[in-house]
Design a binder for this molecule. Structure first.
Ligand code: TRH
Length: 386
């Protein structure tokens, strides 16, 4: 089959920024590195603009960084074969418009159709990656494509130049100082343990702040606006707006603006320790090659705890202190009845193992690099399809 030249990626924003964050990253990469004409269909331009300020809210169709962005307004509408791309990707099993699917069935050859699934470290993924799902009525076949942490999965999203950019940035202390100074970080804070904090609202942030505040080592915690607002506000004693900051004891907390995606990478690279969440920031922290703690997206019946354990088993089985901290951070630690969690003890154990954790994080990053990158893996597979 000839190489695909066009691709439609369908994204529905369920909440937050991960859905659009991942789709936007994938769309850009396919366009910029693989020269595919990508149309990103997205239903929520306001969320999109938060991570990509060039997006204009009231346009039906716009070009952003070479990608066509189409405001996806609903399931109605008639489509012809001319509207259909060579590759069609539905993100997280979104339902694409029935009229579009009907047009896909008329195409000759048929488009290569993928359901791009969510990331999990569980073993069953390897057995489901690339499985087919025939359409119940139409002559169409969809393939499941799973990101993952092994070479039997689709790998993780990573731009070709990312590693080079990171190494360059981290080898240039002046660039790092300039970057952090944009957010008001002072030379003294620069010399402290720098931590970025991105988590869901129920993370035990206040407890951790208390530990850092009363510790002996200075900590500078950088929090994007809108994150852990309650705990940050309580610490600051004022509204948690971008630019706000306060120091108590050994801890300084600074509120950053919610930065564009490429700057978020720099933030991760410029910190010694990162707290990340969801899927995309979680992956970016891994590419940063630094220690991190993951706040996993919650699911019913604590299904996410199983996913968290599966990841920790792969990532830090050999470092129980970080595994324990991560479990408690997610409410998945083992407590004896009402026994309170001792955050001081948990953090002290992580601190004591920091050299080993740094080493393991770099090893993990190198291991992940070997799996290639998701966009290239997907395209490579797509070209093998009839
Ligand atoms: O925002 P998230 O929690 O997103 C999601 C959604 O909840 C989604 O429904 C769920 O399916 C998914 O998680 C697992 O976390 P995530 O995935 O890390 O996405 C955040 C995006 O925002 C990511 O692309 C990085 C970006 N970002 C910025 O661009 N600037 C910032 O300042 C910050 C903090 C993040």
């Amino acid at each position: 089959m000839t190489s695909p030249t066009t691709l439609h990626l369908f994204c529905r924003v369920v909440d937050n920024y991960g859905d659009i964050g991942i789709c936007w990253r994938l769309a850009r990469q396919l366009q910029q590195e693989h020269h595919i004409a990508v149309t990103l269909w997205v239903d929520d331009l306001a969320s999109f603009r938060r991570i990509c300020p060039q997006v204009v809210l009231d346009l039906e169709l716009q070009q952003v960084a070479g990608v066509t962005v189409r405001h996806w307004r609903g399931q109605d509408g008639e489509y012809t074969t001319a509207d259909v791309a060579d590759i069609v990707i539905e993100f997280f099993a979104v339902d694409i418009p029935p009229g579009y699917i009907a047009a896909m069935a008329q195409c000759e050859p048929r488009p290569r159709w993928f359901n791009l699934e969510g990331l999990t470290a569980e073993e069953w993924v390897e057995g489901c990656h690339l499985l087919t799902s025939p359409h119940p009525r139409l002559p169409l076949t969809k393939h499941f494509f799973f990101p993952g942490f092994t070479d039997k999965t689709g790998g993780l999203l990573r731009e070709a130049g990312l590693e080079q950019q990171r190494l360059q940035f981290q080898a240039d202390p002046a660039a790092m100082v300039d970057f952090l100074a944009r957010f008001g970080v002072t030379p003294a804070e620069m010399a402290a343990t720098r931590v970025s904090l991105f988590c869901y609202p129920y993370a035990p942030v206040a407890e951790l702040f208390r530990v850092w505040q009363s510790g002996t080592a200075p900590v500078c915690c950088l929090v994007p606006e809108g994150v852990a607002t309650e705990a940050v506000q309580a610490f600051l004693g004022t509204e948690a707006k971008a630019g706000a900051f306060a120091s108590h004891g050994s801890l300084t907390v600074r509120v950053l603006p919610f930065v564009p995606q490429p700057d978020y990478d720099k933030l991760l690279w410029a910190c010694d320790f990162n707290f990340v969440r969801g899927e995309d920031s979680f992956v970016r922290a891994q590419w940063a090659g630094w220690p991190f703690v993951w706040h996993i997206y919650p699911q019913d019946e604590n299904l996410h705890h199983k996913k968290l354990r599966a990841f920790l088993q792969r990532y830090v089985a050999a470092v129980p202190s970080l595994a324990a901290f991560s479990l408690y951070w997610n409410g998945a630690g083992v407590t004896d009845g009402d026994e309170a969690v001792d955050w001081g003890v948990l953090w002290a154990a992580v601190e004591a193992d920091m050299a080993e954790i740094v080493e393991k994080s770099a090893d993990w990053q190198r291991q992940m690099l070997k799996n290639g990158d998701l966009a290239s893996n997907l395209l490579k597979f797509a070209t093998t399809l009839p």
